[in-house]
Design a protein around this ligand. Sequence first.
Ligand code: SF4
Length: 344
Amino acid sequence: MASENSTGNEPENGGPPLGLDLAQQVALQIELLRMAGVRFLPGDPAKLAGGPPVAQRKTQAVPNPKIPETAPGAFGSLADRVRLQQPAPPAPVNQPPVSLPKPQLVPPARPVAPAPVIEKPAKLPTSSPSPAGLFGLEQVGTPADGLEELDASTRLERLEILRAQVAACKRCPALVAERTQTVFGVGPIDAELCVVGEAPGHNEDKLGEPFVGEAGQLLNKMLAACGIERSKVFICNILRCRPPANRQPQADEAASCNPFLVETLRLVRPKFLCLMGATATRYLLDQPTGIGVLRKRDLAWCGIPVQATYHPAYLLRYPDKKRDAWEDLQRMLTRMGRTPPAHS
Ligand code: SF4
């Protein structure tokens, strides 16, 4: 029997109403399913075609195209699979190369200027006087270089360094074996006059100062006669060590020691040089001519005027030569711009 609300077309087993076309039947079934709680994605053709509900399809494993289709379990653990399913690292983006900062060339720390150590004294001037200067100014050596720019205190420091080098010198074994000490020289820096003798004698070797024996006392008298205090004069010798038995210096000894003399003169920078004895003129001026001839010439060494005269020790042996020596000193004073005394 049909109910009051019945259309009269429903089948008794709950199927689609009879008399509906296929589309109407599908729409009716979808509506019934929605009423039963099943949710459909709009336009899901699979659902419309009677496929499994979306809720079921979501739980199905989606094959990863990156994983090769091999036997089940070929990838081991789940961690392996996760690792294999990791997204590929992004492709490198073409960016302009980053310019690395150029390495900075750090200059080495500027070495602290060492104390002026004179490793080698200056070379000996070896040039000979010009023959054309026989009766004129005979220039020997070369002008001093660089030292004129040093102040007196700096030159005095270097002179002390040179003095220490001389004290340690052992270039002449025969002299080193006999010497008591070296005799460097004595006098102020910037002395107007520098006296150069031959070599230390017995007293000089003992006291360490040149011209302190009998010859030194005569020198003091000669300087006093010129109105010059000894303390204002720089006094030194060709050699800084006493030759055994007061013999004359040998050529090799003079050559070894002359650099010390040259450096001393370059540092003291006297205005005038008085060379006493043939040994001094021979080894400083490189001049073999005897003192009897040279004393009458206007000589110069490295731009410094030179007066040659007899050594006081020679004058002690030959007192008659004292008059010639006095004439030499008068010439020297004149060349120094001083007025020579009338009598010695
Ligand atoms: S004479 Fe001069 S060079 Fe010879 S050992 Fe003495 S200081 Fe040195």
